[in-house]
Design a protein around this ligand. Sequence first.
Ligand SMILES: Cc1ncc(COP(=O)(O)O)c(C=O)c1O
Length: 399
Amino acid sequence: MHAYYLSIVGVLSLLQINESFNVKENLSKDFSYSGGKILSSMNCEADPFALEVFRSNVEKNLGDPALFPGTIAVETRVINILGSLFDLPSSGTGVILSGGSEANLTALWAIRNNNASSHNQQKPEIIAPESVHISIDKAADLLQLKLIKIPTTPQYQADLEAISDAISKKTIALIGVAGTTAFGTIDPLKELDDICQTYELDLHIDAAFGGLIFPFLPKIHSNFNLSFDDLQSLVSITVDIHKMGRVPIPGGGLLWRDATYPIAIQFTLPYLAGKPKQITITGTRTGASAIAFASLWEKNGFQGFQETVMSCLENTRYLSVELEKRGLLIPIKPVINILGVTTPSDFPFNVLELHKILWQHGWTTTIVNGRLRFVVMPSTTKNQLRNLIFLIDQLISDG
Ligand SMILES: Cc1ncc(COP(=O)(O)O)c(C=O)c1O
């Protein structure tokens, strides 16, 4: 069965567990990033050097500082590196955790607890553009927060007026996105911050994907203001290292402007040496991804990361130009390495048909908001994209 039906396979295989199950045989059904044909994922093949470092550090546990003080120091180094990209003040802090979902959940947990007494509400409200990742919905559900989602503008950005209108006495925070999951768009962060200042609200920015893209764009490109200096109400930023950071999963990051903020979610672990205090959901946390990221940064520096970003953007530009030449439509001009494509009425295939055919040829895409979505990650080269364009040409000529 084709991996396109993965969720169904997952359910069936639970019912079929028996002695003849063979791990290797099953894994052979998986796609591999190394083929360069995965255009549906925000993860990618790990950098080979980062992978090697990760492999030799798999036992490192950030949850046990007495045993792994060196790894804790490396985590601090990663927070400093990430912090330098967003002007994190020296009074700030952060943690490396399993990914964007956990980072968003932890951020909202801290926001809820910090606002608990001042708002004294049964069910505090948070407001977000409807472009937010589903992890925000999950977090709101877990934390008993009411999530008010506001339709975006046609450019798939936060609608400032509608957001302002939705604010009530129960509102405790706004959420902005830098690099939406669907199309990579970025919300008007400065304006969101202005609203937060007017109404005395906290601001959390989900830059799980865009956090390792926007800071590397030439300043001339970016009035993106993804900076603690520029955004006075900004309390926390999510930024993943296992997406554009090219380290093996799991690797998420969460930065707080003020180290006192997460004290509201702090717990002491009485059974561990030194009785450490934790501000994370999980106790045991891998240190390997933090070590891999710090080592990769040591090797490649800002410039190396920037080259990766610029090459993805160039490949995205190439793909969008070539698709448009063939009559496909790209309603939102890509800001980063995600394209949302539609087909005109005289095109031989509609979006769903094209999506299915591409999967049959091993190119994985997704359909989001009715558009065929391509995520151009570092594992996909321009040559591979040329092959994709060649395939699309063939499909068009075969009709
Ligand atoms: C904007 C954004 N936030 C959060 C997440 C969740 O990240 P993870 O899958 O690492 O939990 C994603 C995932 O793609 C994302 O795009």
